[in-house]
Structure formats: structure tokens, C-alpha cells
Design a protein around this ligand. Structure first.
Ligand code: GLV
Length: 346
């Protein structure tokens, strides 16, 4: 039906933004679409409101706090594109979108270096007990310089084991060269470019866990990686190991990690992500001095979050105006969206 997607017959497509975005990104959408949005930067749109608001939308810009599933798609019968403002898209039922010919886009690349910096911040802060040290001063617990007071473990010269060697893993590995580290990695497939550039050696998962001083998890959350790190894996780690998770919380069995940290193996953990976010002071990890915990800050710089929002906006607008979205996730759906000429291809 001409006009159904708003792009045919000269009508502007309708876009819904599930959060207040940086003005630069908002303008990209406003220039090409009739815009509706949830007007809060800090609170996700309530589910009922979301399902009501997407009814007329030809495209929706989502965040990782929005669940995009069959119910969402039923509520958004005209939707041809979901532009997720994140590189990860485990909040989206990709199979359902693809089946209905709805395009999914994400925001890779723009956050790679920023997230790699955060991984390093966690490695250094955890290994050198930065938060504990800061807390000690604030609690008037710094008695005197003492030989073994708040001693940690060296980053320089140690062994880094990367679990997941995509863009961010590769950026982490590059930084490791400046710290004189021995590098190894485990990944679904070997990555010859990473090996050639950084000298990283491929290891089985088990060998990597046993041999690494720092184990950094950067795998996407999938059925295969859900619960990848549990009691058995933590027990294989060195008692001096530092475990870092900057991927997704459910890749780790959190109750097992809490127990493992209580026992001191691994020695400590630096965590950016959690099984159920957000967490607060009552979470068991918050009571553990050997857990350095931050609230999903991987890509959180002004420049990078603005770039992510703007890229998501560009993906949305391109898909709705017959252009070529820069970051299609399900290419078949992209073609369906581009050839639908206003009729839905479900
Ligand atoms: C953040 O976690 C992202 O996937 O971009």
C-alpha cells in the first residue's frame, strides 16, 4: 500500500526513538522523518508505552535496554528497521526480525578504541587495587607506608588471555604490546591478522584459563556463550589471576563468580557488565573488595556515545529513505526492506 511506510508518495517516514539522544543524532532523524521519542535520557521507556508508541513507526531506534521481540514486532506492524544503538544486539530477537523482513542495524567500529580503553582501566584498577586504595583514604584507613600494604599484581610483563578476538579484542591486544605482555587468545576461529600483528598465540579455552594472568572476556552473548564462565572455569584460573568481563553479564554465571571471588580464585575481577542490570549496593559483588565494578561504561565517552547515537540515526534514516544503511546485521532483511516500496514484507 503506497504511503504505508511513509516513504512512498512523498510522505515522510515515521521514526520512534526510545530515548532522548544527543541533539546531533536527533537532528539526523528529524531532518528526514516525522519524529516521536521517549523524552528521558536516563530512564528507559516503560514497556507499555513503548508498545503503544511504535504502533505507527516505520523504523525504531532502540537501546540495549529495550527488548525487541515478537511482542514488540506485533505492536509495530509497519516497522521496517530497528536501529540498535550498540554493537551488541542480544536484546533483539534477530531470528524474528529476519523472518518478518525487518532490518536490524548496530553501531560497530565507533566504540572499539573507547571500549578497549575501559578494559585496560579495569585491568589496571583491579590489579593495582586502585578503588580499594581510594576507599582506604576516604575511610581514614591509610596508617603509614608499609611494605605490603595494598599490594597487587603486575600488568607489565604478564600474560594476557583474550577470550573473543574481534575488533575490541584486537584493540586490547595492541595496547598489551606497550605493556610487554605475552598474548594468547581463544576465539571461535583463529584470527591470522591478530597473530601477525601482535604475536598473539591461539590457545584452547582450558589452556588459556590455566596459563593467563589476565583473562579478558569480550565474546558476544549468544546461546553458545551464555554461562561460558562458571565454577569449573574459575577453578582452572591461577590463584593470582585477574578476570575482566566487558562483554555481557550472562556470559558469566554470576553466583559462581561471587563464590569464586570469596574463595580468592581468581584473585580479583574487573566487571563492566552484570547478569541483570542495573545493580546496586545490595548486590553480592558490591560487598567484595576484590571486585572492581563499574556500571556498563565500556563505550561511555562523550565523543563515542555521540558517534554511536549518530551512527544509529544514520542507519535508521538510510533504511527508511531508500539509502544504504552503513551497518546492516541481517542483510537479507536489508534487501527486503529496500525492495518493499512501501508494502510490508512479512
Ligand atoms: C554496549 O555494550 C554495546 O554493545 O555497544
Amino acid at each position: 500500500m503506497a504511503g504505508d511506510n511513509g516513504a512512498a508518495g512523498g510522505a515522510r517516514p515515521r521514526a520512534y526513538l526510545t530515548r532522548a539522544l544527543p541533539e546531533e543524532a536527533r537532528q539526523v532523524v528529524a531532518a528526514a522523518c516525522d519524529l516521536a521519542e521517549w523524552n528521558s535520557e536516563s530512564s528507559p521507556v516503560p514497556r507499555d508505552e513503548l508498545l503503544r508508541a511504535v504502533h505507527d513507526a516505520d523504523g525504531v531506534l532502540t537501546l540495549l535496554t529495550d527488548r525487541v521481540d515478537e511482542q514488540f514486532l506485533d505492536a509495530a506492524p509497519k516497522c521496517r528497521v530497528v536501529a540498535n544503538m550498540a554493537v551488541g544486539y542480544d536484546n533483539v530477537d534477530l531470528e524474528a526480525l529476519t523472518r518478518r523482513g525487518v532490518l536490524l542495524t548496530n553501531t560497530p567500529d565507533v566504540l572499539t578504541e573507547t571500549t578497549a580503553d575501559l578494559v585496560w582501566a579495569l585491568m589496571l584498577a583491579t590489579a593495582r587495587r586502585i578503588v580499594e586504595g581510594s576507599d582506604a583514604i576516604r575511610a581514614n584507613a591509610w596508617g603509614a607506608w608499609s611494605p605490603m600494604f595494598l599490594t597487587g599484581y603486575d600488568v607489565y610483563g604478564s600474560t594476557l588471555g583474550l577470550v573473543g578476538a574481534g575488533r575490541i579484542g584486537t584493540a586490547v591486544a595492541r595496547r598489551a604490546q606497550g605493556f610487554g605482555m605475552t598474548l594468547c587468545y581463544h576465539n571461535r576461529n583463529r584470527v591470522p591478522a591478530l597473530e601477525a600483528e601482535t604475536g598473539a598465540e591461539y590457545r584452547s579455552f582450558e589452556r588459556l584459563l590455566r596459563e593467563s594472568d589476565f583473562i579478558v572476556c569480550l565474546v558476544p552473548l549468544t546461546e553458545q556463550t551464555c554461562g561460558l564462565f562458571g565454577a569449573a572455569e574459575f577453578a582452572m584460573m591461577k590463584p593470582t589471576a585477574v578476570f575482566v568481563n566487558a562483554a555481557r553479564g550472562p556470559v558469566v554465571r554470576e553466583a559462581d563468580l561471587v563464590e569464586a571471588l570469596r574463595r580468592g580464585r581468581p584473585w580479583a575481577a574487573g566487571l563492566d557488565v552484570f547478569e541483570r542490570e542495573p545493580i546496586g549496593a545490595d548486590h553480592p559483588l558490591a560487598a567484595l573488595p576484590n571486585a572492581t565494578i563499574v556500571p556498563h561504561l565500556g563505550s561511555a565517552t562523550v565523543r563515542t556515545r555521540t558517534a554511536m547515537a549518530t551512527l544509529a540515526a544514520r542507519n535508521l534514516v538510510a533504511a527508511l529513505t531508500g539509502g544504504k544503511p552503513p551497518n546492516p546485521v541481517n542483510r537479507a532483511a536489508n534487501q527486503a526492506a529496500q525492495t518493499s516500496e512501501g508494502s510490508k514484507s512479512r
